[in-house]
Write a protein that binds this ligand. Structure first.
Ligand code: FES
Length: 104
């Protein structure tokens, strides 16, 4: 089910946006006109990825706690100490509305 989670113009290419859907925290990343959504939980020790360093051109987030890097499009772990992916959610943009495909 597609749900509205943000306005596109709330997002910039520097700071990820932490959002809450039900009891789950997620993070939105903007790269140009594309937006990506991951669970806001590092797969290493569950630190919030939204506190990390985002590189919009490379579409990567580096965890602020121990430096693991993730691809924000696929959720794949790109460097140690993380070895597993972080779940991602499909995103679409309708007019200025950012929506994610979310199933409870
Ligand atoms: S909690 Fe993210 S790298 Fe350790």
């Amino acid at each position: 089910m597609w749900i509205n989670v943000a306005q596109l113009d709330e997002l910039n290419e520097v700071r990820p946006l932490r959002i809450q859907v039900k009891d789950e925290f997620m993070v939105l990343f903007r790269s140009g006109d594309h937006v990506y959504c991951m669970r806001d939980v590092c797969s290493h020790m569950e630190y919030p990825l939204s506190d990390g360093v985002y590189h919009s051109k490379q579409r990567t987030i580096t965890c602020a706690y121990h430096g693991a890097k993730f691809d924000v499009e696929s959720g794949r772990a790109l460097s140690m100490p993380a070895v597993s992916s972080v779940p991602t959610y499909p995103v679409r943009i309708i007019d200025n509305e950012v929506q994610i495909d979310y199933e409870e």
